[in-house]
Structure formats: structure tokens, C-alpha cells
Design a protein around this ligand. Structure first.
Ligand SMILES: NC(=O)c1ccc[n+]([C@@H]2O[C@H](COP(=O)([O-])OP(=O)(O)OC[C@H]3O[C@@H](n4cnc5c(N)ncnc54)[C@H](OP(=O)(O)O)[C@@H]3O)[C@@H](O)[C@H]2O)c1
Length: 276
């Protein structure tokens, strides 16, 4: 699988797995099975968060990775309200317990809240020293937030910025994506299918038909063809996992990309960072 290089030099798969809304209702067994299939296929980056199902998603992930921890590049996120120097340590320990592991590869600040960023960075660094996390990053940070972050002591250790990015929402291409490329901070694109809203778009369907693939596969391929971008679609069934994995084989042509630009125009001016 194509890999994306993080600033630390670690390569991560361009196609990972999201877990938002997992562990909320019934269906836990199906969710665990779907995540395990994703691991079998090499989609070994799993993204979760303490917020999802109030820890329920981390428990689902814990079950899916049991017995195969070393294969997994595990990512979780801390809520801003827990991101103080001490709060982040206890939040991380709670997450690790639910994930049934002793470390995570990447720990992200879910979004910027009231705690001074410098304090959160200190907390992240303490977790790295204790071996509870390997690296850290952020989520929902706009270009100005990234500037603020890298100006702080230790802030340039940021490994990724996880943001809302798909054909329906291209605002980050105006300044955040160029900033990230310049500073070699890859973008982890969340809601790559726009939570399913993209799939009925006629332009996507037309290209999908021409390639003999599905609209979801075109939406994912479009993101994965971009420099410094990796994606974390959430799939709650084996069928969707297999379909998303199939997106790796889709190669969009210049004409396809031009068609998509016409249907989903790139931004011409700065817009506030969007979130789901
Ligand atoms: N940092 C943040 O603030 C933030 C915000 C949102 C999301 N995220 C992360 O990003 C991940 C992905 O985003 P998301 O879950 O919001 O949305 P998404 O991945 O764009 O879409 C997920 C939805 O699409 C469906 N789906 C998946 N594969 C499909 C396919 N091949 N064909 C048709 N439908 C398909 C899923 O249904 P099934 O479940 O039935 O398969 C689910 O309803 C999340 O799970 C989470 O880990 C982060």
C-alpha cells in the first residue's frame, strides 16, 4: 500500500480506518469484524477518540486489535477539556485501558479549546517520555493555529493535522493544505466520504461508471492521489471495508480530475475551517 511519511520519518498507510459512531448501539460484533478485516488487508492505521461513544469506540478498537497489537498504528484523540498538563495524562491512561494496550502510536488534540496550547504540548511531551504515546498531533487546526503551534517550544514535533476534507469540502486547499505541504505535516482527511453525502453526486457516479468502480472508491482515490494526504474512512461492515480497500486500485486521469474540479470547484478565497 502507498505510504505517507510523517515528520518523524515513520511511514503510515495512505488508507486507514475511522471509528466514529462505533460502540454506540448494538452491532459491536460486526464493527470488530470489519476492523479486523481492514487489518487483514493492511489498513492498519486505526483512528479513534475518547469522545466517540464516550469511550465505547476505543473499547471496540481494543477488541479488534487484541492479539495483533504490533500490526497496528493506533491513533486516538484527547478532548480539549482534558488537555491540561495533568488532565491529558489521566485521559490518555483511561484511553489506553479501554484500548487494552500500554501505548498508542499517535495522540491528537481533538480541537483547540480553552487550555493554553503550550500546556497541552508539555503534556504530550511528558506522555512521550513515559512511553505512553510515541508521537502527537492535532485535529481541526486552521493555518493560523498551526503557525501558533510551531512557534511554541516543542510545537514543531507535530506529526499530522486531522481535518474535514473531501470533494464537498475543499476549503483547506486555499491556505492550510499549502501550509502543511510546505512544513511537511501530512493531512489526515476525516469524513472522506462526507459521511455518505458525496456518494450520490452525478460527477462522481459518472467517473465511477467509466472506471467500473463505485462513487465511494472515486471519492477516496481522489484524496489518496493528493500529496501529503491520508484518509480514514469509517466502514461498519465487511462489504464497505472491501469496497474502500478497492479504492487503492483506482487511478484517476487528468480528465477525471478536471471533471471533478468543475463539479466541486477548489476554493478561490480563504474560508473558515469547516468541521463536521
Ligand atoms: N477529528 C474530528 O473532528 C473528526 C470528525 C469526524 C470524523 N473523524 C474521524 O474520521 C473518520 C471518518 O469520518 P466519518 O466517519 O465522519 O465519515 P466517512 O468516513 O466519510 O463516512 C462514514 C459513513 O459512510 C459509510 N460508508 C463507508 N464506506 C462506504 C462505502 N464504501 N459505500 C457507501 N457507504 C460507505 C459508513 O457506513 P457504514 O458504517 O454502514 O459502513 C458511514 O455511514 C471517523 O470515523 C473518525 O475516526 C474525525
Amino acid at each position: 500500500m502507498k505510504q505517507v511519511k510523517l515528520p518523524s520519518g515513520i511511514d503510515v498507510p495512505v488508507l486507514g480506518q475511522g471509528t466514529w459512531a462505533m460502540g454506540e448501539r448494538g452491532g459491536r460484533k460486526t464493527e470488530v469484524t470489519a476492523l479486523k478485516l481492514g487489518l487483514d488487508l493492511g489498513m492498519n492505521l486505526i483512528d479513534t477518540a475518547e469522545m466517540y461513544a464516550s469511550g465505547g469506540a476505543e473499547e471496540v478498537v481494543g477488541e479488534a486489535i487484541a492479539g495483533r497489537r504490533d500490526e497496528v498504528y493506533l491513533v486516538s484523540k484527547v478532548l480539549p477539556s482534558n488537555a491540561s498538563r495533568r488532565g491529558i495524562v489521566t485521559a490518555c491512561e483511561r484511553s489506553l485501558k479501554r484500548l487494552k494496550t500500554d501505548r498508542m502510536e499517535l495522540y491528537l488534540l481533538h480541537w483547540q479549546g480553552g487550555v493554553p496550547l503550550a500546556e497541552t504540548v508539555e503534556g504530550f511531551e511528558a506522555l512521550v517520555r513515559d512511553g505512553k504515546i510515541r508521537r502527537w498531533g492535532v485535529s481541526n487546526f486552521d493555518a493560523g493555529d498551526m503557525e501558533e503551534l510551531v512557534s511554541l517550544k516543542g510545537g514543531d514535533a507535530v506529526q499530522t493535522n486531522q481535518v474535514y476534507y473531501n470533494l464537498n469540502h475543499r476549503g483547506i486547499e486555499f491556505d492550510l493544505a499549502p501550509w502543511c505541504l510546505k512544513h511537511r505535516v501530512p493531512i489526515m482527511a476525516y469524513s472522506p466520504l462526507d459521511q455518505g453525502r458525496l456518494l450520490r453526486a452525478p460527477a462522481l457516479q459518472q467517473i465511477a461508471q467509466a472506471h467500473g468502480v463505485t462513487a465511494a472508491q472515486v471519492a477516496l482515490a481522489w484524496l489518496m492521489q493528493r500529496d501529503g494526504v491520508f484518509v480514514i474512512p469509517k466502514a461498519g461492515s465487511e462489504a464497505h471495508v472491501r469496497e474502500n480497500f478497492g479504492a487503492l486500485k483506482v487511478q484517476l486521469s487528468k480528465d477525471d480530475l478536471a471533471t471533478l474540479d468543475r463539479a466541486f470547484p477548489p476554493p478561490r478565497k480563504k474560508t473558515p475551517l469547516e468541521t463536521t
